[in-house]
Design a protein around this ligand. Structure first.
Ligand SMILES: [Zn+2]
Length: 78
C-alpha cells in the first residue's frame, strides 16, 4: 500500500499532489484588504492559457461576501 500527500490551496481549496503547485496557487491570489468574510477564487491553472489564466481568472476572486454596518452580509460578483 502506498500513502500519498495532498497539498491544498488554503484560499481556493484546490488540491495538488505537488507542494510547489499549491504554493504557486496561494501566491497567485490577491485578496481584498478588509471587510471580507468569504470569497471564491479559481485555481491558478484555470483556463487554457496559463499566463492568461493566472492574470485573468485566478488573480482576483469571482465573488466576495462583505459584512455591512447593519450586520447583513452581501455577496458581490464580477
Ligand atoms: Zn488557489
Amino acid at each position: 500500500m502506498k500513502e500519498t500527500t495532498l497539498y491544498i490551496c488554503e484560499i481556493c481549496k484546490e488540491r495538488y499532489a505537488d507542494r510547489k503547485e499549491a504554493e504557486s496557487c496561494e501566491a497567485a491570489h490577491i485578496k481584498p484588504k478588509k471587510l471580507t468574510k468569504k470569497m471564491k477564487f479559481h485555481p491558478y491553472k484555470s483556463g487554457k492559457d496559463p499566463i492568461l489564466a493566472y492574470r485573468e481568472v485566478s488573480q482576483y476572486p469571482d465573488w466576495i461576501d462583505i459584512e455591512m454596518q447593519d450586520g447583513n452580509t452581501v455577496r458581490y460578483k464580477r
